[in-house]
Design a protein around this ligand. Structure first.
Ligand code: SF4
Length: 249
């Protein structure tokens, strides 16, 4: 099946403006879009630049926008994007380094700022930190995140507000807030309680629609918001109880 691949090209060293170049390929319906990119590079245009590594939906490197949808090129079959023309662009919201490669530094810095690792204050145990199946179930879905950035690319809030933390860092925050072994829940919730953090999400659901790991991202962000409110209510009740116990003047 002959398919036209319309690919975003931009080399900041030689091009004033981005442009699209078309490549014709005889592509089997079961071929992955990543395979097509490889064939275009190897057989037609060695200058084409894109990221890839595992090619099996684990590393998240090959995230691009295919026919308007942010997704992994390695998980998208030609038949899934059927039509005469397949348009491939870099992820939106990110600065383009070259062709389909975007600069992920700011994205990774936002992930790093939420401290995406276990913070436990107890003594270091001899063996692993145990967790019951029920406790683990709370984070089962979010641990699938591979930091591909498709969600952030698709998020209308991230596209308009460079200060917004974005869906992927919020998923990472959820993972630690609801991890029974983590001891920094209060500090993490306080960090999320900001207009650029959890409250920046206004439920567009685009992140949830595109996540290649089927993580219920918007639902997870709303859980964080609910947890923030629960903590606020508890703090208010503590203040009231304390005030009621004070001796009258
Ligand atoms: Fe990718 Fe999903 Fe993780 Fe977002 S939440 S970075 S879309 S795997």
């Amino acid at each position: 099946m002959e398919t036209i691949f319309r690919i975003h090209r931009f080399n900041p060293e030689t091009d004033r403006e981005p442009f699209f170049r078309e490549y014709r390929l005889d592509a089997e319906p079961n071929l992955r879009v990543l395979d097509c990119l490889n064939r275009i590079k190897w057989e037609h245009d060695g200058g084409l630049s894109y990221r890839m590594s595992c090619a099996h939906g684990v590393c998240g490197s090959c995230a691009v926008k295919i026919n308007g949808r942010c997704t992994l090129a390695c998980q998208t079959l030609v038949r899934d994007v059927a039509g005469d023309v397949v348009t491939i662009e870099p992820l939106p919201s990110f600065k383009v380094v070259k062709d389909l490669i975007v600069d992920l530094d700011a994205f990774m810095a936002r992930v790093a700022c939420i401290r995406p690792f276990l913070l436990s204050h107890g003594p270091v145990p001899d063996r692993e930190r145990p967790q019951s199946p029920e406790e683990r179930k709370k984070i089962d879905e979010v641990i699938r995140c591979i930091l591909c950035a498709c969600c952030t690319g698709a998020c209308p809030v991230s596209q308009g507000d460079p200060n917004y933390l974005g869906p992927a860092p919020l998923v990472q925050a959820f993972r630690r807030i609801f991890d029974s072994r983590d001891d920094e829940t209060s500090a993490r919730l306080a960090q999320m309680d900001a207009p650029d953090a959890a409250w920046g999400c206004v439920n567009h659901f685009e992140c949830t629609r595109v996540c290649p790991k089927r993580i219920p991202i918007t639902k997870s962000i709303n859980f964080i918001k609910r947890e923030i409110e629960k903590t606020r209510d508890q703090q208010i009740m503590t203040e009231i109880n304390r005030a009621e116990k004070r001796p009258e003047d």
